[in-house]
Design a protein around this ligand. Sequence first.
Ligand code: PGA
Length: 249
Amino acid sequence: MKKIIIGNFKMNTTPSEFKSYAMALATKTKGTKNDVIVCPPYTHLGTAKQILAGSHIYYGAQNISEEESGAFTGEISASMIKDLGAEYVIVGHSERRGKFKENDKVVNKKIKTALANGLKVILCVGENLQTRTNKQAAMFVKKQLDDDLKGIYENELESVIIAYEPIWAIGTGKNVTVTEIHKMTDLIRKEIEYLYSEKAGRGINIVYGGSVGLTNYKKLLSNDFLNGVMIGNICLEIDNFTLICRENY
Ligand code: PGA
């Protein structure tokens, strides 16, 4: 089955490094049945347009402003990245929520701005370790979905991918068990069903992120309940990322 493989570069690589990377990735992953999406820093999107536009690889940004334009020094708008051919944007990554204090209200506004500008959204949700230890992960993720998707219409969900990324598993090497991930994807589908419809719950694309790498990608991608994976650290290693992008089920 076709899977979605997302590479989140975070604040890594220079534009020149990305140029070589993108050229190599396009060649090495030619023929893959999966949807490959790379999200490099903003400064690399012009290069992405040169190298990847028209190829089988999609690209996107890691963030956008919730505002359309105006006096917001240092911010980047949805229409700017759209103009550079970006098709996706990551919204609500836990590093933005935690380090840049983005709350669900801001995340909700960013999703609306992205969709209004014709971008597809990769919406990140997930609990921290304390919330999980207190057995409140289910409630926490449900609330994130309720708040983040407020006012989003059912027909817009085809432009939304949900990335379940438990914060305690991001960049830590801690592997979440497939059973735990399955439980959470079931919960997410149920909540989407509750908010929209059974069809919406069944149809929503859910990927898992958090220390996905060579030891666990096969296990994750072989499950029907999961539509793909989102990869941070390992996507910087082109040979390993290629291997995952080429995985076919
Ligand atoms: P990681 O990051 O693969 O390095 O854990 C995942 C992410 O933050 O999207």
